[in-house]
Design a binder for this molecule. Structure first.
Ligand code: NAD
Length: 352
């Protein structure tokens, strides 16, 4: 075995079905007396129900979280934090909601309890991406990492099937890139392989029966591990392209990850043999890129970025943007192969 460094992020995880009922106990455990519950406008009713569960220790609800964590939303929430003398944060929702709690924690160092309702994995990372004046800035800081994560399978039962599929593929992408990361190590690779296998088995079952608790549980467990992968090692070309597509063309997060992933795997395949062996095992295939494409497409995902709104000019622009500030990547980053990758994902072609 070769030498390696493994960075573990601290944090407490409660996992199961009905575990949200443990929230009041977790609030008490952290000695919080004036909690702010954050959510998206779509999940406002849930946020009020959860504040009701917390009782007298819940001081306010802020249901204004939005995709890509705009700083003007954070500024409004900061006013509530000050006015209500908030001493702790509870986030119940997907990556957008977690993003708002993290943005508040970065500014205040308030403790966070996060109950994820998608498979994005943000709750496991000390990373925050914020948007200001249309520009997304990503930073990493120990204050950003949530103190407690409550995974409650029941919260994911309402996640629509199409979002479950793309959110699940978003999670798979974290694990795939962890397998060939510069900092790849046996601990993270073990989690990544287990997570990919879990999601590859669970997503078709959820597609067939969205209220299948066993499959939902397996998917959430996989998503947790994928989040650990994302928070433990650096990401590569796939995440670079997806951040570029999200930031420059405002493409939807999980759907974009889903359409790009098979092409990123194909791009790196020849330069990441160990990762490809792990992917072959996890996906029970000899062709990981093709299998990732078939899995997502078979479950109804949109595989053509064109249909997500990516303009034709992106085929020339994206390679330039990627090369202007590249992430480390196992395969060399070169303009023509990058152009072919974006072109294939734009058209939704099966990866060669
Ligand atoms: P999201 O949080 O934007 O949720 C999408 C929509 O689905 C919202 O309207 C939400 O209210 C709704 N929703 C969520 N869970 C639901 C459920 N169980 N039932 C019904 N509706 C539900 O989507 P996302 O993909 O989870 O998060 C994307 C955001 O997270 C992006 O901004 C991305 O950059 C960020 N992200 C950050 C990290 C990180 O480590 N910093 C990691 C992954 C994603």
């Amino acid at each position: 075995m070769r030498d390696f460094v493994y960075n573990a992020n601290p944090g407490r995880v409660v996992f199961g079905s009905g575990t949200l009922s443990r929230l009041p106990g977790e609030v008490e455990r952290l000695n919080l007396t004036r909690v702010l519950v954050v959510a998206t406008p779509e999940q406002e009713a849930d946020a009020h129900r959860i504040a009701g569960m917390i009782g007298a220790r819940a001081a306010a609800v802020f249901a204004g979280a939005r995709m890509h964590t705009p700083t003007e939303v954070t500024a409004k929430a900061m006013e509530v934090v000050a006015a209500e003398r908030i001493d702790g944060l509870v986030a119940v929702g997907g990556g957008s909601t977690t993003g708002l709690a993290k943005a508040l924690a970065m500014r205040t160092d308030l403790p966070q309890i996060v109950a994820p309702t998608t498979y994005a994995g943000s709750e496991m990372t000390p990373i925050l991406g914020e948007t200001e004046n249309g520009r997304k800035v990503t930073r990493s800081d120990p204050r950003i990492l949530p103190e407690v994560v409550i995974y409650d399978v029941d919260l994911t039962l309402t996640l629509p099937v199409a979002m479950s599929v793309t959110s699940g593929m978003n999670a798979v992408a974290h694990a795939v890139e962890a397998l060939y990361a510069r900092e790849a190590n046996p601990i993270v690779s073990m989690m990544a392989e287990r997570a990919i296998a879990a999601l590859a088995a669970a997503l078709p079952a959820i597609h067939a029966r969205p209220d299948d608790r066993e499959a939902r549980s397996e998917a959430l467990f996989g998503a947790w591990l994928c989040g650990v992968c994302l928070g433990s090692v650096g990401m590569a070309l796939h995440h670079k392209i997806c951040h570029t597509l999200g930031g420059t063309y405002d493409l939807p997060h999980a759907e974009t990850h889903t359409a790009v992933l098979p092409h990123a795997i194909a791009y790196n395949a020849a330069h990441a043999p160990d990762a490809m062996e792990a992917l072959k095992r996890a996906l029970s295939t000899q062709d990981p890129a093709g299998a990732a494409f078939d899995l997502a497409q078979g479950l109804g995902a949109t595989m053509a970025l064109e249909r997500l709104g990516l303009p034709e000019r992106a085929m020339d622009e994206v390679p330039d943007l990627v090369l202007a500030s590249p992430y480390w990547n196992p395969a060399p980053l070169e303009r023509e192969p990058l152009r072919r990758l974006v072109s294939a994902a734009h058209a939704g072609r099966h990866p060669a």
